[in-house]
Design a protein around this ligand. Structure first.
Ligand code: TYM
Length: 330
């Protein structure tokens, strides 16, 4: 079975970007692959979260993953910090990662702009830790959204560099999405991707109430003008159709696409339909997650079992890595 690895940072509530970029693939992949999915709690330390918030976020991310359909019996679901082997591989890979290439990573440059007062070494070596997360299990498929593409390229570079210097150990992991290209779920205000830090009214969370979902979609950017024949579809309209493709039936999608083609679309109607379909999609996940996230005993059991399974695979890889590097003395 091919090995699949992916993680989600514990930085807040999960949104539709996380769901359609990552979790939806996890759920499909759990049936046929050997899956390791984790909460990237170390990665979220770059912004120095309050310890109480961090703990709550870890439990919530676990609960939201399970509520979305992830089956802890089929995958290893764990907290990154419960697998210390990752930290050791991170140290080893850091020797093969160059300051210059790390400084050039776009997500690093964004962070430097966003938090100039806190440009720590963890931020700079973020892609190295992420590579260690994947390579520790010798993962080959990594279900992620489009925003992680460059990080995956770095993971391939580090794998290759290690293999060339010490001998073959790591397959080169590739970013994965069922279907075709990697997904970028757009923000509802028509600009950029949906994310935790952007405009809250432009981000749909798996924890949003029905009312909030309907309201956010009602306010989503559509298009003020009338469609001109032959003109390209504006990005904001493409975004609405993209969301509709995730949650509405093929008949509904076709109905509004036809209306759009015939210049007869009423965006109010389209958004009303999209809102209702979105509510139908999110409500069961929200309710299940609410129930699960307070059950720490259950979640702790899952995390422990997941970490045990992950550490078994991690220890084997680390043993091989140490041997190849020459730091196996006993
Ligand atoms: P994070 O926590 O920011 O996001 C988790 C997952 O959600 C995807 N995602 C999106 N996909 C499509 N459209 C969007 N608008 C959108 N927003 C978020 C992300 O691509 C990701 O798949 N560095 C990672 C966490 C990580 C990781 C790893 C992932 C740490 N180690 C090892 C894979 C393998 C991150 O910050 O994701």
């Amino acid at each position: 079975k091919e090995i699949v690895v992916s993680g989600i940072r514990s930085t807040g509530y999960l949104h539709l970007g996380n769901y359609f970029g990552a979790i939806r693939n996890y759920i499909k992949m759990q049936e046929t692959f050997n899956c390791y999915f984790f909460v990237a709690d170390w990665h979220s330390l770059t912004t120095h979260p309050d310890p109480k918030d961090l703990r709550a976020n870890v439990f919530r991310v676990l609960a939201e993953n399970i509520a979305s359909g992830l089956d802890p019996e089929k995958v290893a679901l764990y907290a990154q910090s419960d697998v210390p082997e990752i930290a050791e591989l991170y140290l080893l890979l850091n020797m093969l990662a160059y300051k210059g290439e790390l400084e050039k990573v776009p997500t690093f440059k964004d962070k430097v702009r966003q938090q100039p007062e806190n440009v720590n070494a963890g931020l700079l070596t973020y892609p190295v830790l992420m590579s260690a997360d994947i390579l520790i299990h010798r993962g080959v498929k990594v279900p992620v959204g489009k925003d992680q593409e460059q990080h995956l390229e770095m993971a391939r570079n580090f794998a290759q560099r290690f293999n060339n210097r010490y001998g073959y150990l790591f397959p080169e992991p590739v970013a994965f999405n069922f279907g075709d290209d990697l997904i970028k779920v757009p923000s509802l205000d028509g600009t950029g991707k949906m994310s935790k830090s952007e405009n809250q009214m432009a981000t749909l969370y798996l924890s949003d109430s029905d009312e909030l979902i309907l309201n956010k979609i009602k306010k989503a950017k559509s298009d003020s003008g009338v469609a001109v024949e032959g003109a390209p579809m504006p990005e904001s309209v493409q975004n609405l159709f993209l969301l509709m493709q995730q949650v509405s039936t093929p008949d509904v999608i076709k109905f509004f696409e036809d209306q759009y083609q015939n210049q007869g679309i009423r965006f109010g109607d389209m958004k009303k339909q999209l809102g209702e379909d979105m509510v139908r999609f999110i409500t069961p996940i929200r309710e299940k997650a609410l129930e699960l996230q307070e059950d720490h005993a259950y979640l702790n059991r899952i995390m422990k079992a997941g970490a045990e399974k992950a550490r078994e695979s991690a220890a084997q890889t680390l043993h091989e890595a140490r041997k190849l590097i020459g730091i196996n003395y006993y």
